[in-house]
Design a protein around this ligand. Structure first.
Ligand code: MG
Length: 403
């Protein structure tokens, strides 16, 4: 697109009442990703917009903010909705930056919108001032009276079902919202933005919508959306779980006098202990590196530099907790881990169960997902000579997000 400043307003201030759900339907996941995140992603990934504004109910704002942040979807603002759709959109439009020249308004509950549908509305708005996605009707429509008796039948080829996006020259939609803030001459409120443009006397241009660009309104719609996404090649939740990532970690610390020997958080009685900047828990360090490795997030030294005095004597379990929070933020969960401690003396077998329990607690997984084992090296090498202890770890993680 050219240099015009283009903004998107995504309206998600509705409730879940029609879905029989207590929460707003856009907070519910389809294939593991919340509807509002999918919708915002469709706009962000289209590359057509300079900014995205979300309109939400006050009670949903914080949750949406966290969801969008964790999915890495950039939004200019999340603003509180009004008493009806018209007022909600008006607030979203007001939150767009002053430079906005084109504003696309979209339902938060239409996550299946394609780039083609969005782009067609923008092209039209740039040329004519308006561009509204619409589709032909499959059903014949009847006009009825209060009793439900048919008055007449409009010819089907003169009818269209309108969707969103509805895209406008910013000056037009701002003027329309200002002029009809209290409704039109008959006191009517707009149920879509095209109505406002119509009231302004504008020729509203329709552009090709898409039968799949459905508004998720009922529980059946959620299932339909899932089917569409699977057909578009997205992985099922089961498949995503199967997509494992593996990481390996290795660490060594020297055994010296005057230090505690801490392995997987257990203070093991011994005459020597491991030397290090932190508590020198060599097993936790290897495990932390394995998890960082699986997430492709570098290594422990990058996150907790030796040179940083705040980690002096640090509890390595705390460092592990911090890394787990980072990994969760990226949308990963731990499947299982395996830790091997290479240590000639002391014997560790009596502490293994306690170590497994500690690891499971830090990782937030079942103890069945954690293995800790110890081996000697038949007195060979530095471990065998009792000069130090080393540890290896492998970790399997999986993404809870898009395949
Ligand atoms: Mg270390």
């Amino acid at each position: 697109m050219g240099a015009l400043h283009q903004s998107a307003v995504i309206v998600a201030a509705g409730r879940g009442s029609r879905m029989g759900l207590e929460r707003n339907k856009v907070l519910y996941p389809v294939l593991g990703v919340p509807v509002i995140v999918r919708t915002a992603q469709a706009f962000a990934q289209s590359g057509l917009f300079d900014e995205i504004v979300i309109v939400a109910s006050a009670c949903d704002m914080e949750e949406m903010r966290a969801m969008l942040l964790s999915a890495g979807v950039p939004v200019r603002a999340i603003v509180e909705g009004g008493r009806d759709r018209q007022e909600s959109v008006s607030r979203g439009v007001a939150a767009c930056s002053a430079e906005a020249e084109i504003i696309a308004i979209h339902d938060g509950a239409r996550p299946l919108v394609t780039r083609e549908v969005i782009a067609a509305t923008i092209d039209s708005a740039r040329q004519y001032g308006t561009g509204v996605a619409a589709v032909m009707l499959k059903d014949t429509v009847k006009r009825v009276d209060e009793r439900g008796v048919v008055v007449d039948t409009p010819m089907r080829d003169t009818l269209r079902a309108v969707q969103t996006p509805q895209t406008f020259a910013a000056s037009l939609i701002r003027a329309a919202h200002a002029r009809y803030a209290d409704g039109n001459e008959r006191g009517e409120r707009a149920t879509d933005d095209a109505m406002l443009a119509e009231w302004m006397g504008e020729a509203v241009r329709l552009t090709p919508g898409d039968a799949e660009n459905i508004k998720l309104t009922t529980p059946e719609d959620m299932l339909l959306a899932q089917q569409v996404l699977l057909r578009r090649g997205e992985k099922s939740e089961e498949e995503k779980r199967m997509m494992m990532r593996i990481g390996h970690g290795y660490d060594v610390h020297r055994l010296v006098e005057g230090r505690d020997l801490i392995l997987c958080g257990v203070n093991v009685p011994y005459t020597l202990g491991l030397l290090g900047h932190s508590d020198a828990d060599v097993a936790y360090h290897a495990l932390t590196d394995a998890i960082l490795g699986a997430a492709a997030m570098g290594d422990i030294g990058r996150h907790f530099p030796d040179s940083d005095p705040q980690y002096k004597g640090a509890d390595s379990g705390k460092l592990l907790d911090h890394v787990m929070a980072l990994v969760h933020e990226r949308g990963y969960a731990v499947s299982n881990v395996d830790v091997t401690i290479i240590c000639q003396r002391p014997k560790l077998k009596d502490y293994i169960e306690q170590m497994r329990g500690n690891v499971a607690r830090h990782l937030g997984v079942d103890v069945d997902c954690v293995n800790v084992k110890a081996t000697t090296t038949e007195k060979l090498g530095f471990e065998g000579e009792g000069l130090g202890i080393s540890a290896h770890a492998v970790a399997c993680i999986y993404s809870l997000r898009h395949g």
